[in-house]
Design a protein around this ligand. Structure first.
Ligand code: MLT
Length: 312
């Protein structure tokens, strides 16, 4: 009997075809409720998810036939990896699949926020040629602070240099050698970076330690007119505090791809024209999804065949 693979978040058809071509039975079931997932997961030999499906300890305990979980993306923060290991289930991801897309989306949000592009576009679509209403900011010769100098933060640094920005950073895990290779002036504390940045971008995972890492106390230390971008994870920025500082005119604009309430669009930032909001699109390019879907399919197939898999 063919082994069965459950795919609960959309991956590209090319990935599904790889699995079917190897003779696996693949069920694509999107938007399952937690209970529906618990009820059906026991029937499958492997599970493939993106970020929406929460693979909790309970799900892993119910996944009694599962040998491998594939995460078609960079992080595994929606998977209880410890529980999976305890149950002998491999967990693999595709850690470089979407990093270029995420870095490019960061730059897109930075430019959109600095030049008020969505509001200007909305005005044009409403038939208003309001040229004087919009006065943006250049990136050139501005100081960009990058919080988190991992793979994506590093790619953002490279792109920021191309715009002529000065790049500074804070990341307790980044070595002086890597910072120097990236052309980033590294600081030892957030307090040193916040007052000197014209633009701030966040590239840290969401953990207990990073929850509301940017709250009223941090916004109060920032320069007036700062632009803030978050393509990392919801909850790293306290959206209520950010809204208060936007309302007070202290923050010029923000570009936010990751909301605390995801998958809901609910946020106090929605009332501001200068809050450029996107629904977790960092990885949503054809190129990134092709890499992620095809590679995760190959890894999961390898895992089921007992071959080497780069696990997390
Ligand atoms: C990631 O962590 O790689 C992304 O959030 C993946 C996704 O968009 O599903």
């Amino acid at each position: 009997m063919a082994m069965k693979i459950l795919v609960t978040d959309k991956i590209v058809d090319e990935g599904i075809d790889i699995l079917k071509g190897k003779g696996y039975e693949v069920d694509e079931r999107f938007g399952l409720s937690p209970n529906e997932l618990l009820e059906c997961v026991g029937a499958y030999d492997a599970l493939i998810v993106r970020s929406a499906t929460q693979v909790t300890r309970e799900v892993i305990e119910a996944a009694t036939n599962c040998k491998i979980i594939g995460r078609a993306g960079v992080t595994c923060d929606n998977i209880d990896v410890d529980a999976a290991s305890e149950h002998g289930i491999l967990v693999c991801n595709v850690p470089t699949s979407n990093i270029v897309s995420a870095a490019e989306h960061t730059m897109a949000l930075m430019l959109s926020a600095a030049r008020e592009i969505p509001a200007a576009d909305a005005a044009m679509h409403a038939g208003k040629f309001s040229r004087d209403r919009f006065m943006g900011h250049e990136l050139y010769e501005k100081t960009l602070a990058i919080f988190g100098l991992g793979r994506i933060g590093g790619l953002v640094a490279e792109r920021a240099h191309a715009f002529g920005m000065r790049v500074v950073g804070f990341d307790p895990y980044c070595s002086a050698a890597r910072a120097s290779q990236l052309g980033v002036t590294l600081f030892d504390s957030m307090d040193e970076v916040l007052p000197i940045a014209d633009f701030i971008t966040v590239h840290v995972p969401r953990t207990d330690g990073t929850y509301h890492m940017f709250a009223a106390e941090q916004f109060a230390q920032m320069k007036d007119g700062v632009v803030i971008v978050n393509t990392a994870r919801g909850g790293v920025i306290d959206e209520k505090a950010l809204s208060d500082f936007m309302a007070a005119g202290r923050v010029f604009a923000c570009g936010i791809d990751m909301l605390e309430a995801e998958p809901s669009a609910e946020t106090p930032l929605a009332e501001f024209d200068r809050a450029v909001l996107t629904p977790h699109l960092g990885a949503n390019t054809l190129e990134a999804q092709m890499r992620a879907g095809v590679n995760i399919a190959r890894y999961v197939a390898n895992g089921l065949e007992g071959l080497v898999v780069p696990t997390v």
